[in-house]
Design a protein around this ligand. Sequence first.
Ligand SMILES: *[C@@H]1O[C@H](CO)[C@@H](O)[C@H](O)[C@H]1NC(C)=O
Ligand SMILES: *[C@@H]1O[C@H](CO)[C@@H](O)[C@H](O)[C@H]1NC(C)=O
Ligand SMILES: *[C@@H]1O[C@H](CO)[C@@H](O)[C@H](O)[C@H]1NC(C)=O
Ligand SMILES: *[C@@H]1O[C@H](CO)[C@@H](O)[C@H](O)[C@H]1NC(C)=O
Ligand SMILES: *[C@@H]1O[C@H](CO)[C@@H](O)[C@H](O)[C@H]1NC(C)=O
Ligand SMILES: *[C@@H]1O[C@H](CO)[C@@H](O)[C@H](O)[C@H]1NC(C)=O
Length: 201
Amino acid sequence: MVLHMVLVILSLLPLLEAQNPEHANITGTAITNDTLIWLSGKWFYIGSALRNLEFKQAVQKIQAEYFYFTPNLTDNTILLQEYQTSEDRCVFNSTKLGVQRENGTLSKFEGAVEHVAHLKVFMKHRGFMLAFALEDKKNLGLSFYANKTDIAPELLEEFLEAVRSLGMDESEIIYTDWKKDVCSQQQKQREPERKKTEEGP
Ligand SMILES: *[C@@H]1O[C@H](CO)[C@@H](O)[C@H](O)[C@H]1NC(C)=O
Ligand SMILES: *[C@@H]1O[C@H](CO)[C@@H](O)[C@H](O)[C@H]1NC(C)=O
Ligand SMILES: *[C@@H]1O[C@H](CO)[C@@H](O)[C@H](O)[C@H]1NC(C)=O
Ligand SMILES: *[C@@H]1O[C@H](CO)[C@@H](O)[C@H](O)[C@H]1NC(C)=O
Ligand SMILES: *[C@@H]1O[C@H](CO)[C@@H](O)[C@H](O)[C@H]1NC(C)=O
Ligand SMILES: *[C@@H]1O[C@H](CO)[C@@H](O)[C@H](O)[C@H]1NC(C)=O
């Protein structure tokens, strides 16, 4: 994703089944123009709690990650431009996510297969969460994002609460380590390129 997180997870997880009222706190909210405008800009990937072993191994390689969301309100997409540090190297990637407003989900097409995650925003503390495969106890997962790397205690508590509400343990959370970021420095060279892609008509 995101990180490569988002990318990896959206690429691999199956389409979610109908919503479960048990997860209403995570899945209940539609995405509006306001949500999309709020999501615009720079975000940091903080960590995730994932049951699926393959995804877990994939995110363990992520040392740090930040990314930019550029939503298009007209065609219901979000351009994702991510800067991931893994193995002490910076990897840049760019892709488009789909927005299913009524369902409150973000998706990514991999060939003909659509992969979906539920979006839950914490507007007050400027953070959000993606939830994967909530219907499947062996594969479910959450990942966390914030507008800064030293996240507010209240935001962390929201994340922990969500982890617990899914029956997972806090010890299952894999955090990134911002000190390991090597992308910020390199991005300066890419900045003009990014600005260009972001320019609207
Ligand atoms: C919303 O979710 C329902 C139930 O999972 C699904 O059938 C429908 O295709 C989804 N809509 C969009 C736009 O993804
Ligand atoms: C939903 O969130 C509220 C407030 O954060 C909490 O009191 C309630 O227990 C949650 N419900 C579920 C099913 O997790
Ligand atoms: C959302 O924004 C788009 C693009 O500006 C606009 O066409 C649409 O009417 C807006 N929808 C609502 C519900 O305001
Ligand atoms: C970028 O993302 C695409 C689509 O997920 C993936 O196929 C590709 O391997 C990624 N590139 C890098 C350098 O990670
Ligand atoms: C992140 O959000 C908080 C809460 O809204 C705000 O106080 C802070 O200035 C923001 N930080 C950055 C780097 O945008
Ligand atoms: C948003 O999407 C519409 C429809 O695909 C496109 O015409 C427009 O150029 C896009 N806007 C931006 C800022 O990319």
